[in-house]
Ligand binder design. Structure first.
Ligand SMILES: [Zn+2]
Length: 189
């Protein structure tokens, strides 16, 4: 019917905890909300009720470290390349002049103020060491808790939930059937 995988969610209105009836705004719900139950923080960490499986979305601490490392490496590379480029710029200017004289492609480019230098840098395929365009990476200073933690209900509780939902479904089906058939055959439930 559905998996024993429940996601922690927050709701605006508090409801009694499934176990201890204490009011709580935390809900454990399956992915498609086939089932959900209100759970206080205390019972969220009660292995007799539910066990934290994993953080489903969001990078792990390792992932974040990797991204940070890559980002730093890119930054370093960019600084190095920039230093090299300063040298290169003089040569480029010479070349530009020559191309203009010879009616090269560059002579068609609009001579807007500030145009050329930056544009050329990013679109230039001439320097192979030029790093790919860097998209700013939002690196959290510390691994934030993921939005939706994933839990598995205790086996006994899960099977009682399944049973309860099956009963409900059965009742709903029986009602549906009894609407159309005056003498609905009883299921062997
Ligand atoms: Zn509770």
């Amino acid at each position: 019917m559905f998996q024993n995988v429940y996601y922690e969610r927050k709701v605006g209105t508090s409801q009694p905890c499934y176990v201890c009836r204490r009011p709580t705004t935390t809900v454990l719900a399956t992915l498609k909300t086939e089932d959900f139950l209100y759970t206080c923080q205390g019972h969220l960490t009660d292995v007799g009720f539910a066990t934290l499986i994993a953080a489903p979305s969001g990078p792990s601490a390792d992932d974040i470290r990797k991204v940070v490392d890559e980002y730093r490496a890119r930054e370093t590379r960019r600084t190095e390349t920039k230093a090299e480029k300063d040298d290169k710029d003089d040569k480029d200017k010479d070349k530009e002049k020559k191309e203009k004289e010879s009616g090269g492609l560059l002579s068609y480019l609009p001579s807007l103020p500030g145009f050329g230098h930056e544009e050329k840098e990013s679109s230039s395929p001439k320097s192979p060491r030029s790093p790919a365009p860097v998209t700013p990476v939002n690196v959290p200073s510390s691994p934030a808790p993921p939005a939706h933690r994933k839990f598995a209900l205790h086996r006994a509780i899960f099977s009682s939930r399944q049973g309860e939902l099956a009963r409900k479904a059965q009742t709903a089906r029986a009602k549906e059937v009894s609407k159309t058939l005056p003498q609905a055959p009883r299921g062997s439930f």
